[in-house]
Design a protein around this ligand. Structure first.
Ligand code: SF4
Ligand code: SF4
Length: 121
């Protein structure tokens, strides 16, 4: 969630994945996250407060989804947050739930043949 990979700026105008999934993590990761931002799920798993409910919204998410957002604990966010990448299935699912069009990642192959084309005309 709120990924830092390519086109990170896009996430700053989205935030949908931070208000769609239950964001759980192994207890060790929780040591870096403020205690009052966490909800314990099992003896070894916790989740971000606000995400374990019917209409999830992570307590650390600031701003308005689809407008402008930021994560107030970005540097210590859990691996669950880091796993979601712009343009992946989870991203598309979350964005679609908020009526936002999917983001498509276009990766150009880094070989020269890709650019070796004939010009027409
Ligand atoms: S849903 Fe996708 S674009 Fe939106 S914040 Fe999450 S990773 Fe970024
Ligand atoms: S901790 Fe930050 S990145 Fe993770 S779900 Fe919450 S707002 Fe999003």
């Amino acid at each position: 969630m709120l990924t830092q990979k390519a086109d990170a700026d896009h996430c700053l105008y989205c935030g949908a994945c931070c208000a769609f999934f239950r964001v759980s993590f192994y207890w060790v990761e929780g040591e870096a996250i403020p205690e009052d931002f966490q909800e314990q799920l099992t003896p070894v798993y916790s989740c971000m407060k606000g995400t374990n409910q019917k209409q999830p919204r992570c307590i650390a998410l600031q701003g308005e989804i689809g407008q402008q957002v930021q994560c107030s604990i970005y540097s210590v966010r859990s691996s669950s947050c880091r796993e979601v990448q712009i343009g992946d299935q989870q991203c598309a699912k979350a964005r679609s739930a908020y009526g936002l069009i999917p983001v498509i990642q276009i990766t150009e192959p880094d070989n020269e043949e890709y650019y070796d084309f004939d010009r027409v005309g």
